[in-house]
Design a protein around this ligand. Sequence first.
Ligand code: PMP
Length: 447
Amino acid sequence: MALASALPNRPASHLFYQTRQRRPLVERAEGVWFWDSDGRRYLDGSSGAMVSNIGHSHPHVVEAMRRQIGKATFAYRLHFENEAAETLAAKLVGHLTGDLSRVFFVSGGSEAVESCLKLARQYAVATGQGSRYKVISRFPSYHGCTLGALAVTGYTALTAPFAPMMQEMPKIPAPTAYLDRDALTMEQRGLKYADLLEREILAQGPETVLAFIMEPVGGASTGALVAPDSYYGRVREICDRHGVLLIYDEVMSGAGRTGRFLGGDHWAARPDLVALSKGFAAGYSPLGAAVAPDRIVEPVLDAGGFLHGFTYAGNPLACAAGLAVLEVIENEGLVARAASRGDLLKSKLALLMERYPFIGDVRGKGLLLAFELVADRETMAPLEPSLNAHARLVERAFEQGLIVYSRRTRGGRAGDHILVCPPMVVSESEIDELMAMLTAALDAFAA
Ligand code: PMP
């Protein structure tokens, strides 16, 4: 069925988002499936925007939220503590390695990143390092839409209009080693990309550099980019050498999606601060968290307190949802499931390369997977100079009833990516259905 005929002829709306484009009206969702108001069924092959990690309408979470609604939906954190927030913080810390032990709850990913940046800055001020304020990030990258998070976002089309309103922050290239055609091994390339960080710190003046922020497993902006293994340890070493805090943005890669609780857990290097959201409450409630060790939080509290806060921070309903989501992740072994189902899905995606010469790379970890559309596997040039191929493929998939996520990253050397990231509860037969729909979409796209 063509998409146009799937869109009900609805009246003009008072709502507005990024464009005037209308979408079908969602009726209900369960597991990996959506139904629209015309009864059409869609497989959620992207978990929304990598949010619905445990699938839709999970009865355990619905029941936990119902119970919390019956008790108290909101209690302002400066008036009351609440058990849901306390229990969730403790449970979350139980999943974290290293010294990450303090949790500041927020309502989303941008807020989580902002909170990490502001905590890092206040830590520097509190410890006599007030000259440090620059946060180095990578290009391309996406860290959120608020002005602070945007300042560390490497995505010119999104940031340019706001440049006069933001403090310009330094960017280094993302480790797109898979595009390199030099004589180096992957490990050498990993070190080469990490060393760009040291060069930038030295160019900026180490005494001015506060932090380096990156996604350990890339999300939408890079299409599930994974650096060579050597990158992570070297980045940690460089940060330590220059007193720079390492912030992991795990908004997309966290909460089990990559087959480890944090995407960064695939490597030995440990971050100083972590931003979490999306799969953390898995779409049941707006929720995020900035996580830090005592050694960062205590000096800030000693110096007079953390100058930061959102009204909804740590509200009981969101925390009850997050707690129930973590219980589902534990009870159903979903982190291990993301690893095994991810391996299965990735091997099936890799087979597409035999059939479609325009698929140049399949990458990612666990169920954070992507493929890239290229004109030629040798040069890895984007399939279309306009970097618009991804949008057409997403529409062809939607016509098949398959939702996938894509991003055009203008600038850098990145191109058209399609992310394939179904909920961690996806079954093997649902992976087969996903692949059948995706193949039909690719055939229609290629025709
Ligand atoms: N960081 C990353 C890595 C993200 O993918 C996103 C959202 N796509 C954000 C931050 C911002 O999250 P939110 O949209 O919930 O504010």
